[in-house]
Design a protein around this ligand. Sequence first.
Ligand SMILES: Cc1cc2nc3c(=O)[nH]c(=O)nc-3n(C[C@H](O)[C@H](O)[C@H](O)COP(=O)(O)OP(=O)(O)OC[C@H]3O[C@@H](n4cnc5c(N)ncnc54)[C@H](O)[C@@H]3O)c2cc1C
Length: 312
Amino acid sequence: MRIIVVGAGLSGLMAARECVSHGHEVIVFDKGRGVGGRLATRRIKDATLDHGAQFFTVRSAEFQKNVDDWIAAGVVREWCRGFSEEDGHPRYVGANGMTSIAKHLATGLDVRTSTLVFSLTRAETDWVITTDDGVAHHADRVILTAPIPQSFSLMFGGGIEMPVELRNTDYDRTLGLLVTLDSNNHNVSSPGGMQFPDDVFSFIGDNTAKGISAAPALTFHANPEWSLANFDKTNREIHDDLLEAATPWLGTAHVTSSEMKKWRFAIPKKLWPDACWVDDSGTLAIAGDAFAGPRVEGAALSGLAAARALVA
Ligand SMILES: Cc1cc2nc3c(=O)[nH]c(=O)nc-3n(C[C@H](O)[C@H](O)[C@H](O)COP(=O)(O)OP(=O)(O)OC[C@H]3O[C@@H](n4cnc5c(N)ncnc54)[C@H](O)[C@@H]3O)c2cc1C
């Protein structure tokens, strides 16, 4: 079968690999310049900063199997077993940043980045996906892995139904700040991650302590309440407010560069009860972290579930 996957985040890449392993022909489209979606790593001169997901945990045997393979391939390693105190559960990171995982999974796949899918329609015997270069691609099966509101707009345009409760999936937003520094004399303590350190931030990550950055670099994520309250300010105002809130954590280090990042669809607030959604014809599936868990592991398991549902 010819299968099209929309989205080269973790969910889409896991789905694509599973379909390929069953002998199908798969194309993955992503509107982003690179693969990974919310597994996002940014390079600023000698610094490397994760600016989406910061680390991940493993709760299921199925995901552990994948993670063990990634560790063996040198793509993932353990960062720590807890932040303010150890709890015994490994926190894993991509060896060169979280996008390492996506790049590894994309190897050997037909992934077309910088390609926005703007319509999905049902043809007589298959699906037609039109991309922003005006090309119409036919597929026997389609897997949508964008955040739900984005998948919904594709389906709505093509007159394809999505259950109302799924369509209403809402996401927390995240406003983030990436800061490079002239030294590591900041106040982010070992092992380099602080969860809910104050009223503004939900996480502060020290990318050097985490082992991905050659130069001193911190990632700040504002909590959902702060992010919602400030989301519509101008980019300059958000940047300046975040930098001011970050100042107590910078110690005597000096900022050499700072960038703001907005995530409109950061973390789903409510989960769909199944690991994916499949239409009545059994040829269209929706997957992502709104299904099997609002985190890296959930995205991976949902992608696998969608692929299996369509190709079984
Ligand atoms: C700031 C932040 C911090 C986080 N921290 C953690 C953490 O510490 N631990 C953890 O486990 N999880 C964390 N998460 C959540 C985790 O990143 C996600 O659960 C996971 O990466 C989602 O993967 P996905 O494949 O479902 O979606 P995505 O990664 O969002 O992938 C969807 C892809 O679809 C593409 N796309 C959308 N519309 C179209 C279109 N029309 N055409 C083509 N392509 C399209 C997008 O470009 C994107 O690449 C965090 C998320 C954010 C944003």
